[in-house]
Design a protein around this ligand. Structure first.
Ligand SMILES: Cc1cc2nc3c(=O)[nH]c(=O)nc-3n(C[C@H](O)[C@H](O)[C@H](O)COP(=O)(O)OP(=O)(O)OC[C@H]3O[C@@H](n4cnc5c(N)ncnc54)[C@H](O)[C@@H]3O)c2cc1C
Ligand code: SF4
Length: 587
């Protein structure tokens, strides 16, 4: 293996998914020479997601056509420090992306902003409820909702998010989410058309005194032109959205909202099939000098850069920092160290309604087609005496009735055989699910580090994940799941099946691809990896993007907040760092 030194760039981006595209567009617009290194292949809408073959369940879902290839790199998993972690040889619980656009290609498009209180989770909850329990390592972000608001707004305009404001400039706006933080403008597009299930959910939630609102969606309700001049088409509700690319230019993704403009810029270079192996440092460790990557020839290259931005998703960002010996690794015994700290996930549960003579027709679906209530999210309700903090939204989505993936059956039906088949036939297209999308609070015992045993094809340690639901998670889900059941029972079906979240976290069934933490941001270098501008505390010319920055997870999908943080950070690079390179915050 050779290690050729290449000509330098102003900025190297490691990974080219949602955040890579955002940084690349803004930094090239500011005149910098930018190189993106992406380990997966090139993908674009017309060539790769055409409707003639995009709706291929075997290829894209079951055989993981667009996900990280576990033969190339995976992670090991265990529930606690006393267990031996084993490699995940087939993804289950979450599906990290691979290739241009990253997970932004096959995401659903449910695009919620986090609540103002989510960004100050420790100080806000301690002020209202007293000290948090021992072991709960929840922290403030160091950046507030109000500071991020213009960047949320811009991300929504880039994506053309469809929704209804509930809080416009501090004034409650009917039909939207009354709990949301103040918005400076209405959503760029109106909500999607709802179907039978959402109508029933809305009526039932209203009967219970809750406040339903249309889910903010990156699936277009109408034609839209974004601030970069790129056109999106109305969604056809094709039902092959989550886990699939959109051939219709109707789902916001890097491909539809940024790349056609970016790829034309002469100061932007993309190298695909180029996997970054490490971030390189100067001999004194005070600066990054570039990255080492390997391409399909098997050769490795040293790519010099004045600045590196890590856009490789939380799991790989954390692993690369550990492999490159940047920052102090987290030690769960002492609670000291930061890299790998506060890994969090999400706690999902819910209730499925089975209708007798009414059809829900789930095949008329889209990734973010839904109605939700936020009455039990964040600190929107009084937690006094409940023994937990945080919450989650409760929603009724209609995403698909894909024949291999979707066959809900009521309680008591066998899991295979003719009785199961009869039940599938009787209930197919007659179900609706009310799901709880619960937060996961950081705990000292949940973390990421390097596996001592298993290595990848380059003989580098795999990432090891140690994670289980905490007491806070369990109390939270026990409190919210009955609310989803009440809503489901009010929807008028024949029967309801409740799916509680009990037992240990299981890495096999799909839950969400909302992995957070590991490279968290904060106000103190002793407890966080990055400062409030997403800049490494240790090395000022290294920035980190993505949900790895979240000190804990909120009761929402992450990408609106990931996008807002990326625009906030890139704004700081252009307006603060470039005029005066160095630490943007003094420890
Ligand atoms: C099925 C699914 C549904 C989802 N639905 C939603 C939703 O409805 N709402 C929501 O908010 N979020 C959703 N998400 C999450 C959303 O996709 C992510 O939050 C978002 O894509 C994260 O952006 P990112 O830039 O951090 O990572 P990504 O977009 O995944 O990009 C990371 C890129 O880095 C590349 N990379 C990794 N390691 C290396 C390396 N060593 N060298 C070079 N390149 C590397 C990867 O190949 C990838 O292309 C969903 C995710 C999935 C998988
Ligand atoms: S549901 Fe709509 S946005 Fe999603 S893939 Fe189909 S056409 Fe595209």
């Amino acid at each position: 293996m050779t290690r050729e030194k290449l000509a330098g760039f102003d900025v190297v981006l490691v990974g080219f998914g949602w955040t890579g595209a955002i940084y690349a567009e803004k930094l090239t617009a500011a005149g910098l020479e930018v190189l993106a290194l992406e380990r997966g292949p090139w993908r674009d809408t017309s060539k790769d997601f055409a409707t003639t073959f995009a709706q291929d369940e075997l290829r894209y879902y079951w055989r993981h056509g667009m996900f990280q290839e576990t033969a190339q790199s995976t992670l090991t998993f265990r529930n606690n420090g006393a267990e031996t972690a084993l490699p995940m040889r087939h993804w289950g619980s979450f599906l990290p992306g691979n290739g241009v656009g990253g997970s932004g290609v096959h995401w659903n498009g449910q695009t919620y902003r986090f609540l103002p209180s989510d960004f100050v989770a420790r100080s806000h909850n301690e002020e209202r409820y007293g000290p948090l329990p021992d072991g709960m390592t929840v922290q403030d972000y160091g950046v507030t909702y109000d500071e991020l608001e213009p960047h949320f707004d811009y991300f929504e305009k880039i994506c053309g998010i469809c929704g209804k404001a509930g809080n416009l400039n501090g004034q409650t706006s009917p039909g939207g989410n009354p709990f949301e933080g103040a918005r400076s403008s209405e959503y760029p597009n109106p909500p999607m058309q709802m179907t039978f299930s959402q109508d029933r959910f809305e009526a039932s939630a209203c009967d219970l005194g809750l406040n339903p609102f249309p889910v903010p969606s990156a699936n277009m309700s109408r034609a839209y032109v974004n601030p970069l001049g790129l056109q999106l088409a109305p969604c056809t509700y094709c039902g092959f959205c989550e886990k699939y690319g959109c051939g219709n230019y109707s789902k916001s993704s890097p491909q539809t909202t940024i790349l056609p403009v970016l790829m034309e810029r002469p100061n932007f270079t993309l190298r695909t099939e180029s996997e970054v192996l490490s971030i390189e440092k100067s001999p004194d460790g005070s600066r990054v000098t570039g990255v080492t990557y390997v391409d399909t020839s098997g050769d490795s290259f040293f790519q010099p850069a004045e600045m590196v931005v890590m856009c490789a998703y939380p799991l790989e960002n954390t692993r690369l920092m550990l492999l490159s010996q940047i920052g102090t690794p987290y030690n769960p015994q002492t609670g000291k160290g930061v890299v790998g700290k506060n890994y969090c996930y999400q706690v999902m549960s819910g209730a499925t309604v089975f209708f007798e003579d009414e059809f829900t027709n789930g095949f008329v679906g889209a990734g973010a087609l839904g109605m939700a209530v936020d009455d039990y999210n964040g600190d929107n309700f009084d937690h006094s005496g409940l023994g937990f903090i945080g919450g989650g939204y409760i929603a009724c989505y209609t995403t698909n009735a894909r024949p291999i993936e979707s066959h809900p059956v009521p309680d008591g039906v066998p899991e295979w055989g003719s009785a199961w088949k009869q039940s599938v036939a009787a209930n197919f297209l007659k179900t609706a699910t009310v799901g709880v999308h619960g937060a996961s609070m950081a705990h000292r015992s949940n973390y990421l580090d390097l596996d001592p045993t298993y290595t990848d094809r380059h003989n580098r340690p795999l990432l090891r994940m140690t994670y289980d639901f905490t007491q806070n998670d369990r109390r939270l889900t026990n409190h919210l799941t009955p609310v989803s059941e009440d809503i489901a029972r009010g929807m008028g079906g024949r029967e309801v099946k409740v799916s509680e979240r009990t037992g240990a976290y299981d890495s096999v069934p799909y839950q969400t691809t909302h992995n957070t933490g590991g490279t968290i941001m904060g106000t103190d270098p002793q407890t966080s990896v990055c400062n409030r501008f997403c800049q490494s505390w240790d090395i000022p010319n290294l920035f980190v993007a993505g949900a790895g920055l979240f000190p804990q997870n909120a009761g929402y999908n992450p990408t609106a907040t990931v996008g807002a943080l990326a625009y906030w950070s890139v704004d700081a690079i252009i307006n603060r760092y470039l005029p005066d390179p160095g630490p943007l915050v003094q420890p």
